[in-house]
Design a binder for this molecule. Structure first.
Ligand code: NAD
Ligand code: MLT
Length: 310
């Protein structure tokens, strides 16, 4: 069986796939969309991260593809409906990068509160601007988490360690369960009104696209900080820009963007915005976890028909 790995996958995952005698594994991370469309007909499995866009035309050309396996969580780069129509199983690895992404969120929260990227830049350019970079304590502040799933829960746990008050809005998780985590379950409106920090941890869906928009910003506390380590577009970028300019939002930390890499994104011209190039899941540990998990899942499916995380 032929396996194509079309995005960077940690070596441990590639080796695991290669250890199966029946598998012919090809790693090619430089294929253009058109090249992928040309070659996909030869493969039984496609292993990706976020860079490969598995659109309907790719699926149409995938004559013998049985599985698309994503080393990571978000499946927004795969046309799941088209794959399902063609009987192709789509799976992800929902656990392996959860802690890493939650830690990145906390790093962003602290960096935002203490102006660490801006102060580093200033220091390295020969300045000593102590007054300019006075920050805020997170102690006793209220963190509002939107989406208390796998990552949201770990963020809540770490934030409680920093002695923050954590509240959460998630219409799909019962309030009893949320409250048992030591987190207060609140409505969307209450979260917007009470939070000093708002961090989004939902998938991008029709419901969550532009969830934080002008209307939502208008209901927030003046001086709120906003963090998005989930998906670009959950926070409306133009409305965030306006909310920062008008002083409602004191600062934003963004790991994800509607267009990646961002092109002429006005948010990146603002000093109050700090950012990383979609590094939420980028640690040695998480990349090894998701690579090994994805390899195990592909092996189990192709050899035994066992479907996990589809
Ligand atoms: P998850 O499925 O475990 O949790 C998502 C939660 O969002 C669920 O509890 C769900 O009920 C909730 N939710 C759905 N719609 C909602 C809505 N309208 N309002 C409020 N809550 C809603 O997912 P996860 O593993 O915690 O991942 C969260 C997000 O983080 C995803 O978008 C994922 O793609 C992204 N992610 C980003 C990175 C990165 O590199 N920055 C890494 C991993 C995951
Ligand atoms: C994910 O959804 O797992 C992340 O966005 C991380 C990645 O880019 O692989």
């Amino acid at each position: 069986m032929k396996i194509l790995v079309s995005d960077n996958l940690a070596e441990a995952g590639v080796e695991k796939l290669q250890s199966i005698p029946d598998f012919e594994v090809e790693v090619n991370t430089s294929l253009t969309h058109e090249e992928l469309r040309q070659v996909i007909k030869e493969y039984d499995a496609l292993v990706i991260r976020s860079a490969t866009k598995v659109t309907a035309d790719i699926i149409e050309a995938a004559e013998r593809l049985k599985v698309i396996a994503r080393a990571g969580i978000g499946l927004d780069n795969v046309d799941i409906a088209a794959a399902t129509k063609h009987g192709i199983v789509v799976m992800n690895t929902p656990e392996g990068n959860v802690i890493t992404t939650a830690e990145h969120t906390i790093a962003m929260l602290l960096a935002l509160s203490r102006n660490i990227p801006q102060a580093t830049y200033s220091l390295k350019s020969g300045k000593w601007e102590k007054k300019r970079f006075r920050g805020k304590e997170v102690f006793n502040k209220t963190l509002g988490i939107i989406g208390i799933g796998r990552i949201g829960r770990v963020v809540a746990d770490r934030a409680k360690g920093l002695k923050m008050n954590v509240i959460a809005y998630d219409p799909y998780i019962g309030s009893d369960y949320v409250n048992k985590l030591g987190v207060e379950a609140v409505t969307f409106d209450e979260l917007l009104q009470r939070a000093d920090y708002i961090s989004v941890h939902t998938p991008i869906t029709q419901e969550t696209r532009n969830l934080l928009n002008a209307e939502a910003f208008a209901r927030m506390k003046r001086g709120v900080f906003v963090i998005n380590c989930a998906r670009g577009g959950i926070v409306n970028e133009q409305d965030l820009y306006d909310a920062i300019q008008s002083g409602i939002v004191a600062g934003a930390a963004l790991d994800v963007f509607t267009q990646e890499p961002p092109k002429d994104n006005p948010l990146l011209t603002l000093e109050k915005v700090i950012g990383t190039p979609h590094l939420g899941a980028s640690t040695d540990e998480a990349q090894e976890n998701v690579a090994v998990a994805v390899a195990d899942q592909v092996i189990d499916y192709l050899l035994n028909g066992t479907i996990r995380n589809a």
